[in-house]
Design a protein around this ligand. Structure first.
Ligand SMILES: [Zn+2]
Length: 241
């Protein structure tokens, strides 16, 4: 027992684009509906997990192609190439309307949890596409963390061990398919909160594990419903905190 309070977020939960911005995406319907538009299955897993663990969840409300909630405002990648023509003022409006409120809500949840717990374990729930640029990704779940924070490193190690023991066995990799220290919400929050108050991990789910069509799966592998996957994750987290 470590006693952390868990907070879940799902930055790429939605593929929505408000009507006033739809014209920019008139030729991007496929991109919006695919992994570039949102994280397939991540919201369903995050919701099930929040319900099973009875912990708060903050979900993004718009597509990452409109404004990417997991990029800093100053990162050019916060806006996608579809918004190349959008002027500075309208970009500011997008930040004010969607980006800042999401981050403010996450901070408010952290502050709330810190009133009754010494430390918050923030888990950003994401999914990744099974095949990218012809390369097949060889993990079911990735755990992203900052190796420079010993408490995060230990937690990721222990969590991976608990998850590996699930049935059916899941292939777990750490800091894969991305680095936990890349620009993102957890990276930003680590700058704002010390490790004694905040641990920021990201859970990356291989979308092929959740897809009814077994997206990109060559060999038959176990497929899990979001609720079932959430149950395994919840069990592993109960062992952990
Ligand atoms: Zn994501």
């Amino acid at each position: 027992m470590r006693g952390e309070a868990i907070l879940l977020t799902c930055e790429h939960a939605s593929a929505q684009v408000p009507i006033e911005y739809r014209a920019y995406f008139s030729r991007a319907e496929r991109a919006l509906a695919g992994h570039r538009g949102y994280d397939f299955g991540a919201k369903e897993v995050a919701r099930a997990l929040a319900g099973q663990l009875r912990v708060p969840l903050v979900c993004g409300r718009v597509s990452r192609l409109l404004v990417d909630l997991n990029r800093s405002e100053t990162n050019p990648a916060v806006f996608s190439r579809y918004l190349r023509e959008l002027d500075r003022e309208k970009r500011q409006q997008l930040l004010e309307r969607f980006h800042r409120p999401h981050r403010q809500q996450v901070r408010a949840e952290i502050e709330q949890l810190l009133r009754t717990s010494k430390r918050v374990l923030h888990i950003g729930v994401h999914s990744f596409t099974p095949v990218l640029g012809g390369a097949r990704r060889n993990a079911d779940l990735g755990l992203l963390y900052d190796p420079g924070r010993p408490a995060e490193r230990r937690l990721a190690q222990d969590w991976a061990a608990h998850l590996s023991a699930c049935t059916p066995p899941l292939r777990i990799r750490r800091n894969y398919p991305y680095k936990g220290t890349s620009d993102g919400l957890t990276t930003q929050l680590r700058r704002e909160y010390p490790a004694r108050a905040y641990l920021g991990l990201e859970l990356e789910i291989n979308a092929g594990l959740l897809s009814p069509r077994r997206r990109g799966a060559r060999e038959p592998r176990a497929r899990m419903s979001p609720v079932r996957l959430a149950r395994s994750i919840a069990a592993s987290l109960r062992e952990l905190v």
